[in-house]
Design a protein around this ligand. Structure first.
Ligand code: AMP
Ligand code: MG
Length: 362
């Protein structure tokens, strides 16, 4: 797609977004245009979800495959009710506990949702964001807003307005700048059309937290092992695509800490001997390599998630050829972080003895 627009970035107060800026942005949405805006997860690329022509612009700008449906963002319950046929009791409990927040519910869609928005599925994915700029924009626009992450498809999701500009300058008119996003990875997507709900994409709200609220939920097979990959295609089409990749090659190393550390040191020495510019992303403070080569990921799941995509993008700005990432634990938000890292990585190395590898997450 050619560059058509001078892209404006406008800074807003995220606690009290300036009304005139929101009003102007909502006029663009109502007139069928596209606006990038912050949510608490990542920046979104928004269009009127009920206008097929507007929604088609999102697919074109991102280079997004047409069978990858969009999440629709709502500002209140009336908007949700207009988009779906029914809200089962467990969905109501999730809404009560976690909305507004980083969890997206897949429900049976109503007739007003155009096919292009749901990639032809008879279900629709809906979320109520917590970020005030996002909420005010949806409210003022008076329509639900379809918004995938505001990046070129396949790239790491944007967590600042500058990331959006780096990918989409010239392709959109307006980026609302609300600073860095708080959570940093996308929402959890959960299919609520089943008796036992199924997590289709791990994200901002962990399985453990959801189960505390509504009892048992499943994780889709494809998220647990490579052999389930094909199964997801009909349930959450987006999950089959390569994602989150910086230009640098990403290598993910998992396993017992001592073996992983040895492997990382061996690998980085070998790659450097070949003349490669190497960076190591790790949450460990005891890796015995030159600190200049290390990008420390953080000490909690929350900080690791918040900085994850920014760290991947920074490596490109620093002309890194290979990012070696030390895997983290799969519990709580660690599961969602590892999901993103596995998708970003073109090489995954498990240092555990072969016989143990099949027993846990791949
Ligand atoms: P994105 O907005 O790019 O972060 O991706 C949205 C995710 O939600 C993708 O993985 C989609 O496949 C998934 N999704 C959206 N709508 C549906 C739906 N109706 N059923 C299942 N998954 C969906
Ligand atoms: Mg995305």
């Amino acid at each position: 797609m050619s560059k058509k627009f001078r892209t404006k970035i406008i800074k807003l107060d995220k606690r009290q977004p300036q009304e005139n800026i929101i009003r102007n942005a909502s006029k663009l949405i109502r007139s069928g245009e596209i606006v990038a805006f912050p949510t608490e997860t990542v920046y979104g690329l928004g269009a009127n979800a009920l206008n097929p022509t507007s929604v088609s612009k999102i697919f074109e700008i991102k280079g997004r495959p047409a069978d990858n449906p969009l999440i629709i963002h709502v500002a209140d319950m009336a908007m949700l009710e207009s988009l779906v046929i029914k809200i089962p009791p467990k969905a109501q409990r999730i809404i009560k506990k976690f909305w507004p927040g980083p969890i997206t519910l897949v429900l049976k869609k109503s007739k007003i949702v155009p096919e292009i928005t749901t990639g032809g599925l008879n279900t629709v994915a809906v979320r109520m964001p917590k970020n005030k700029i996002a909420r005010e924009l949806i409210k003022k626009s008076g329509t639900p807003i379809a918004a995938p992450s505001a990046n070129i498809s396949g790239r790491p999701s944007p967590t600042t307005a500058i990331h959006v500009r780096d990918d989409l300058a010239g392709k959109i008119r307006l980026i609302l700048d609300g600073g860095s996003t708080r959570i940093g990875i996308e929402s959890t997507v959960i299919d609520m059309t089943r008796n036992i709900p199924v997590i289709l994409r791990p994200g901002g709200i962990s399985k453990e937290k959801i189960e505390n609220e509504i009892g048992k939920v499943c994780i889709h097979d494809s998220l647990l092992g490579n052999n389930g990959r094909k199964l997801i295609i009909h349930r959450s089409p987006g999950m089959k695509y390569q994602h989150y990749s910086p230009k640098a090659k990403v290598m993910l190393i998992e396993g017992p800490e001592n073996l992983v550390k040895t492997k990382i040191i061996q690998l980085s020495e070998k790659l450097e001997a070949e003349g490669k510019n190497v960076r190591i992303m790790t949450a460990s403070k005891s890796l015995n390599v030159n600190p200049k080569k290390i990008q420390y990921m953080g000490s909690t799941f929350e900080t690791i998630a918040r900085n994850l995509f920014a760290n991947l993008r920074q490596a490109d700005k620093d002309n890194i050829d290979v990012i070696i990432v030390q895997g983290i634990q799969y519990r709580n938000t660690g599961f969602a972080i590892m999901n993103r890292l596995k998708k970003a990585a073109s090489t995954k190395i498990d240092t555990r003895p072969k016989k143990n590898q099949a027993l846990t997450h791949s």
